[in-house]
Design a protein. Structure first.
Length: 255
C-alpha cells in the first residue's frame, strides 16, 4: 500500500524532528568539548583542544577506559558464546518455552563481593539478549541443505559447523560482537550498582560531574563514548545487513 504524498511528507518531517530532538543535545556535547569556556555555554566562546589533552592525561580516566575495555571484551565473548547457542536452539528446534526464552530474566544472588567480576556478570546478562537477536537473524534464513551436503561428504558435525555454518554467518557474529561490546562499554546502571574499587568509564564520568571545574574534560570523555558507539554500531548494522543478504542469496542459489 502506497501512502498519499502529503502523509509521506508529514511522516518524514516528524521523523526528522524526532531525530533532531534526540541528537541535538549530543551535538552540543561535542561542540562544548572544544569550547574555551569551562561552562556548558552557547554559543561557544572559542576553540581549544585543551580539555581533550587533560582528559587523556588524567590517570583516573585512563584507568576507567581500560577497565571498561576489559569488562566489554570479557562480557562480549561470553555473550557471543551463549547467544550463538541460544540462537541456534531458537531457529532450529522447537521446545517447550521456546517463545519465552527471549523474555527470560535470571536473578542470581550469589553473595559475591562487588568487583570487576560482578560487573562482567551484569553486563553479560544485558548483552546476551542483544547477541541472540542479532545472531537469530543470521541463522534464521540459513540453508540447511548446505550442512546436509557437508555431512553426506563425511564431515563431522563440528567440522560442518566450523567450515560451513560459521563462514556463512560470520558477518552476523562480528555484528553481534560489536553490538555487545558497544552496549557493555556504554552501560551505566549495572556498573554503578555492581562495581567495586575499579570503576568503568560511564561510572567515572558520573563521578566527575559533581565537580564543575572538570566539566570540560567530562564532555571530552563523553564525546569519545558517543563517537565510538556510533562508529561501532554503524559497522555492526552494515555487517548484519550483509549477513542477511548473503543468506538470502544462498537460499536463492539453491532454490
Amino acid at each position: 500500500m502506497t501512502l498519499p504524498k502529503p502523509i509521506r511528507w508529514t511522516l518524514a518531517g516528524l521523523t526528522l524532528l524526532t531525530l533532531l530532538f534526540v541528537y541535538a543535545p549530543l551535538g552540543l556535547v561535542l561542540l562544548n568539548s572544544f569550547n574555551t569556556s569551562q561552562t556548558f555555554a552557547w554559543p561557544p566562546t572559542g576553540f581549544t583542544t585543551e580539555w581533550w589533552g587533560r582528559a587523556w592525561s588524567s590517570p583516573g580516566a585512563r584507568d576507567a577506559i581500560w577497565v571498561s575495555v576489559q569488562v566489554a571484551v570479557i562480557a562480549t565473548v561470553i555473550a557471543l558464546v551463549l547467544g550463538t547457542m541460544a540462537a541456534l536452539a531458537l531457529t532450529r528446534y522447537r521446545f517447550f518455552g521456546r517463545d519465552a526464552v527471549s523474555l527470560l530474566i535470571i536473578l542470581l544472588q550469589l553473595g559475591l563481593s562487588l568487583s570487576l567480576f560482578t560487573v562482567v556478570l551484569g553486563h553479560v546478562l544485558i548483552c546476551v539478549p542483544y547477541s541472540v537477536a542479532v545472531l537469530t537473524s543470521g541463522f534464521e534464513g540459513f540453508d540447511r541443505s548446505l550442512e546436509e551436503a557437508s555431512a553426506d561428504l563425511g564431515e563431522t558435525a563440528f567440522g560442518t559447523f566450523r567450515r560451513v555454518t560459521l563462514p556463512m554467518v560470520a558477518p552476523a557474529i562480528i555484528s553481534s560482537l560489536l553490538v555487545s561490546f558497544t552496549i557493555s562499554l556504554d552501560e551505566f546502571i549495572m556498573a554503578f550498582f555492581l562495581t567495586g574499587t575499579e570503576v568503568t568509564l560511564p561510572v567515572y564520568i558520573w563521578g566527575q560531574l559533581r565537580f564543575a571545574a572538570k566539566l570540560p574534560g567530562v564532555l571530552a570523555l563523553g564525546t569519545i563514548l558517543l563517537v565510538g558507539s556510533f562508529v561501532l554500531l554503524t559497522i555492526a548494522e552494515t555487517l548484519r545487513r550483509r549477513a542477511e543478504r548473503r543468506v538470502r542469496d544462498s537460499r536463492g542459489a539453491h532454490a
